[in-house]
Design a protein around this ligand. Structure first.
Ligand code: PGA
Length: 235
């Protein structure tokens, strides 16, 4: 079954890097095609460039964040889902732990973003996950339940990313990933794809995608090298 392989560049990249990324991905896609759903989330300034590069490729585009305001208007610095859609984005992240913890995004703001994304007909990828302190205190399930509360109806993808596994090289064990994904699916009152994220690399992606209840992976650092990331999508 096709799984999701989503690359989150975070605040990384340059004009030159993104240009080369597009060319390399096109060359790789011409050589071998993947049956998985491949999605790339570049920083906002590079979306238009990758939209051109991916035009005829089976690679979809998305954004890492969005405004809660719709359409266009007097909201200095904001980028609406209308604009993201106009640039060819089909997906938008909401609630990434870096935005929750470093930018202070609250659960109600995250839910408002999910609604704004759906309103424009785009697919939200809602990130949830516990910190190391919450994990150690045995609060994981309560944290996840709270992050899944008040979700609007409508299509979405959930990405479970334990905060202690993001960018640390500390991947959750395969047993723990399977258990958490099944607990998350039990908390949802509908069928929603649930991805795993947190230090996913070329070395562990096959095993993680091999877990039957895992619907895909959200990849940060390892998505920045196109050869490596495309190889991951072929898993
Ligand atoms: P990482 O990041 O793969 O670099 O751990 C994952 C993420 O933050 O989505």
């Amino acid at each position: 079954m096709a799984k999701w392989v989503v690359g989150n560049f975070k605040m990384n990249g340059t004009n030159e890097m993104v240009c080369a990324y597009g060319e390399t991905m096109a060359a790789l896609a011409a050589k071998s095609s993947t049956t998985n759903h491949l999605v790339v989330l570049p920083p906002l300034p590079y979306i238009a460039q990758l939209q051109k590069a991916f035009k005829d490729l089976p690679i979809q585009l998305g954004a890492q964040d969005c405004s809660i305001f719709e359409g266009q208007g007097a909201f200095t610095g904001e980028v609406s889902n209308f604009m993201l859609k106009d640039l060819g984005c089909g997906f938008v992240l909401a609630g990434h732990s870096e935005r929750r913890h470093k930018m202070g995004e609250t659960q109600s703001l995250v839910i408002a973003k999910v609604k704004a994304i759906q309103q424009e007909g785009l697919m939200p990828i809602l990130c949830i996950g516990e910190t190391k302190e919450e994990y150690d205190a045995g609060q994981t399930l309560a944290v996840l339940q709270n992050q899944l509360s008040n979700l609007p109806q409508g299509p979405m993808i959930i990405a479970y990313e334990p905060v202690w596994a993001i960018g640390t090289g500390l991947t959750a064990s395969l047993e723990l990933i399977e258990q958490r994904i099944s607990e998350i699916k039990a908390m949802l009152s509908r069928t929603t794809p649930v991805l795993y994220g947190g230090s996913v690399t070329l070395d562990n992606v096959k095993d993680i995608l091999g877990i039957s209840n895992v619907d895909g992976v959200l990849v940060g650092g390892a998505s920045l090298k196109p050869e490596q990331f495309y190889q991951m999508a072929l898993s």
